[in-house]
Every structure is written in structure tokens, then in C-alpha cells.
Design a protein around this ligand. Structure first.
Ligand code: ATP
Length: 426
């Protein structure tokens, strides 16, 4: 294969094609050479579109990114020291740009020293051969395919192979990445690479990576189509206990995650739930049976953000109380509302996974579709305007009003006002 123009023109959306041709023209204006590399090219050859595009820029990536931004709206983050830039365009396409460079690992796990160099050198520092292919984007050689390390053959044969023996030692995160790709694509890790991977695990290679980097990579597992398979593989390779100490990857836990994946496949189509995060959802499922002490320990270990930690702990603490009540047929609309009002969406989803009872599912869907936005139009301001002395009575009235609206006893502003007046009178 010599040229990928046909794949670009047939597999990518028209919008992405236009962006890519546009970037190519920008590079020509500034006499840069730019190449799409890594996952984008791999996915293109697999017939898939990938909206996170890695570019290698021959010339300065930072200067090139700035020159694009002069013509195109978007946001830019530059790391001058590393010669890298991330350009995010309004519709969410992300271009990660690096200056073509050669990398030396001063010490295993240390940050790389940057030095200008060629495309080939840049590709050599990548994780697996399937991620080392490149495609030129500048107009004079648009679509030209570069395959220095046999990536195409490995991709066609479904093989994950490191580029050199010390790869997993230089960057132990590649252990996790190898397993992610193996499970995502149903590929196999090549024999020698696999024995290097196992040796790196035996030697506890990842102990030298910072927790930030380690858990950032671990979180990507939850965005895979089947996280349960990746985690099962971690367990099989004796890694699970290192990533999640004090947690056992039991058959029951695997089943729970599989049910969660099934549920996600449904909800991603129908869009009732839009405000949840993969990490909090999967971690809530993983940590549900742990003690509070252990959950808090993981929040710290994984460096969860404040909001993530709050949601995770809320679910852990309250779902065991809420879940049995969801199965009570006598729960009225307002009780259902106040039961679920504060529960993060991750908790609502997990409830349906933990208890397959139809009543649980119906209750949650009823809450989301019919109760969540059913609020009285009258607020505290209206009570103030009506001359009511501010105090605890406000809360009492507004709650009673909300209950009546939820129960369908009143609707519309006039009836709400009447309700408030009646309440005050008697
Ligand atoms: P995904 O489809 O999961 O986004 P990707 O291959 O695009 O996969 P990214 O994490 O976006 O993965 O990384 C982009 C590219 O950077 C990869 O294709 C790979 O070439 C390189 N890369 C990422 N992480 C590493 C690493 N730890 N070691 C070496 N190369 C890496």
C-alpha cells in the first residue's frame, strides 16, 4: 500500500476530510511537513474514523499550531518545553501535535529529552507496531503511507508487538495499553512481546510510574467497549491486585460489569441519561462491596477529582438504602422523587445493574422522564413578593407545593398560588 487518499475520502466524514485537507494547506503555507500518525492511521486502515488525530510536524509543532489558529477558531494548549501542542476545534476534533523528535530515556520512567529529528525516529518511540504507521498530509505528497516497522502486516494479522525489548521497562504503561488493544480489537500479543510483558509484570515494572499517570491510563479502560474483559485479563496476568489492592476480581464482579456494559449499550442509544462519567460509574460498580475506608483510600490513590469523589461516595453510601425502597410498589410519585433526587446518574444506572427487578427500572425511568423536571413555577421570590416573612416556613411551603405538583394534584401557576394561600390559611 502506498497511499491512503482513497481511505481518507471514503471512510472519514466530509467534515473531517475538509479539516484534514485544510491542515495540509496550512502546512504548505508555512513550509512544514505534517503527518497523521498512530491510532488515527491504524483506525483508518481498520475502516474506522478516529476524531483524536495525532500529528507529527517536521518543523515546530507549536508554531504550526499557532499558524492554524490564525485562520481557524479553536483552543490551543502548548507545551513549549516538549515541543507539543493540542489544538481543539469547535466541533470537538482534537489534533495532538508533536515536533518530530528523537527520544532518549535518561532513566527508566523519566520524562524524555527532546531533540529535533525525523519522522522515523518519532515513530520508533511509539508503543506497538500497529501504532507506528503514518500518512503525509501536506498537499505535495498527500496520503503517502509510511510503514517503517511492519505495522500494516501486524495489523492485518491482528498482532500487538513492541518495537524493542526494553519497551515495557521504559514505559510500563504500555503493559496496560497492550491489554487494552488486545481486548478491544480481539488481537493477540506476539509471543516475544508477551513474554517481555509478563516479565515486566513479574518485576513490578509499574511501581516506578507515578500514580497520576498510572490511573489516568487505567481510567481509559472504562471507555473501552468491554472493560470487563480488560479487567479479567489484568486478573489473569496477576496485575489486578496491583492496580486495585484490596479488591478481588470475582466471578460476581465480572458478571456485574458485564450487565453494566449491556445496560450502557442500551442507554447510549436512547439518551435518557446524559450526565454521568465512565470512571465514576465503573468505579461505583467495582467498589460497591468495599468498606468506606477502602473506598476513600481508592479515591485518594486514583486521584479522583472532588466531584467524582463526592458522587462515588454518595452512591456507595446511599444506594444500599435506596435500592430496597425502589421495589416498594406503594411508593408514590413525590416519595420516589425525594428518594432519587440527590442520587447521581451513576447511582441510578448502577441500581438497575444490581437489581434486575422490573420495578427498579420502571421507578428510575419514571423518575427521569416524568418527575425530574416537574417543578412548581412558584419560588421563594414569589413568596417574598406576596409579603410573607422569610423563615423556615418558606421551605415547608415550597416542599408541600412541590409534593402536590409531583402527585399531579395541582398544575399551573394559578392553582399553585391557591395552594399556597390555602396552606397559609389553614
Ligand atoms: P485510542 O484509540 O485508545 O485513542 P490511540 O492509539 O489513538 O488509541 P492515544 O492514547 O491517543 O492512543 O495515543 C496516541 C498515540 O501515541 C498512539 O497511537 C501511540 O502511537 C502513542 N502512544 C500513546 N501512549 C504511548 C506510550 N505509553 N508509549 C508509546 N507510545 C504511546
Amino acid at each position: 500500500m502506498e497511499n491512503l487518499t482513497r481511505q481518507i475520502n471514503t471512510i472519514l466524514s466530509k467534515e473531517l476530510q475538509a479539516l484534514i485537507y485544510f491542515l495540509g494547506r496550512c502546512s504548505q503555507r508555512g513550509s512544514y511537513k505534517i503527518y497523521a500518525v498512530g491510532g488515527f492511521v491504524r483506525d483508518l486502515l481498520l475502516g474506522r474514523e478516529n476524531n483524536d488525530i495525532d500529528l507529527v510536524v517536521d518543523g515546530s509543532a507549536v508554531d504550526f499550531a499557532r499558524s492554524v489558529l490564525e485562520i481557524m477558531p479553536g483552543t490551543l494548549r502548548c507545551y513549549e518545553r516538549f515541543g507539543t501542542a493540542t489544538l481543539t476545534l469547535p466541533r470537538g476534533t482534537v489534533f495532538d501535535m508533536v515536533t518530530a523528535r528523537k527520544e532518549f530515556y535518561a532513566a527508566p520512567g523519566a520524562l524524555p529529552t527532546v531533540e529535533q529529528s525525523t519522522l522515523r525516529n518519532d515513530l520508533f518511540r511509539r508503543d506497538f507496531t500497529i501504532n507506528t504507521m503514518a500518512c503525509a498530509l501536506n498537499p505535495l505528497e498527500f496520503g503517502k503511507f509510511y510503514n517503517f516497522f511492519g505495522g500494516l502486516k501486524d495489523l492485518r494479522e491482528g498482532i500487538i508487538r513492541v518495537l524493542y525489548k526494553l519497551s515495557f521497562i521504559d514505559d510500563p504503561l504500555r503493559i496496560i495499553r497492550a491489554i487494552r488493544f488486545e481486548q478491544r480489537f480481539g488481537f493477540r500479543i506476539e509471543k516475544e512481546s508477551f513474554s517481555l510483558l509478563k516479565k515486566a509484570i513479574e518485576n513490578r515494572a509499574w511501581e516506578k510510574i507515578s500514580k497520576e499517570r498510572l490511573y489516568k491510563e487505567v481510567r481509559l479502560v472504562f471507555r473501552e467497549p468491554k472493560p470487563s474483559k480488560v479487567l479479567a485479563r489484568f486478573a489473569e496476568l496477576n496485575m489486578f491486585k496491583n492496580i486495585f489492592p484490596r479488591l478481588t476480581f470475582s466471578r460476581e464482579l465480572k458478571n456485574r460489569l458485564e450487565r453494566l456494559e449491556q445496560l450502557l449499550a442500551e442507554i447510549l442509544i436512547e439518551k435518557t441519561f446524559t450526565n454521568w462519567s465512565y470512571s465514576v460509574l465503573f468505579l461505583s460498580a467495582l467498589f460497591y462491596d468495599l468498606s468506606e475506608h477502602d473506598v476513600r483510600y481508592f479515591c485518594y490513590l486514583m486521584r479522583l477529582k472532588r466531584k467524582e469523589r463526592q458522587n462515588l461516595l454518595y452512591v456507595w453510601e446511599n444506594l444500599p438504602i435506596v435500592l430496597p425502597q425502589l421495589k416498594n410498589r406503594m411508593t408514590g410519585a413525590s416519595n420516589l422523587y425525594f428518594l432519587l433526587e440527590k442520587m447521581p446518574e451513576e447511582g441510578l444506572l448502577l441500581a438497575m445493574v444490581l437489581d434486575p427487578d422490573l420495578l427498579v427500572r420502571e421507578g428510575i425511568y419514571y423518575f427521569c422522564k416524568h418527575l425530574l423536571n416537574k417543578k412548581p413555577s412558584i419560588t421563594g421570590k414569589d413568596l417574598l413578593k406576596a409579603g410573607l416573612e422569610p423563615g423556615p416556613i418558606y421551605n415547608k411551603i415550597l416542599t408541600k407545593l412541590h409534593e402536590a405538583v409531583l402527585e399531579g394534584k395541582i398544575s399551573g401557576r394559578r392553582e399553585e398560588m391557591e395552594f399556597v394561600n390555602m396552606f397559609l390559611k389553614g
